[in-house]
Design a protein around this ligand. Sequence first.
Ligand SMILES: [Zn+2]
Length: 176
Amino acid sequence: MERQPSAGSPGGRQACRRLPYHKLVDADEEFMREALRLACMGASAGEVPVGAVAVGRGEILARAYNAPISRNDPTAHAEILALRQTAERIGNYRLEGVTLYCTLEPCAMCAGALVAARIERLVFGSRDLRFGAVRSKFQLADSELLNHRVAIVEGVLAPECVELLREFFETKRRPC
Ligand SMILES: [Zn+2]
């Protein structure tokens, strides 16, 4: 899958004015690699391998992987855990200026949380054709019907993100 700003987005690249385009591309891949590393940790813990990293001003504010099974918590998706950590760290329930990197397209719960948190940018790896609520099933995160629109970039390191999930579900073994 080609990486590209999603149609309908107010402009994933233009929305972040802190870095020139080529630097932003490098940074997106760097932070997505960290999200992939976290996804691998999730797989090792027996969770569906999805990782998330929250970044503000070029600094990682939170790292999380999917953990609903180990936490007995249906809301413990990587994105939710990363949002909670970030809010606690910065002492604000609104995460303005924050970019969330996620290896997989967020579900409806997480997409709603991104809007509630006023996340500036979402960068995700592969689409989730079954549950994805940012592009695949719904377009919640940049809907004109809501009060906040997240800038969305998809496809960053998508082959790696897809392969990790494929191996996990095909083998049911630890892929990392
Ligand atoms: Zn989710």
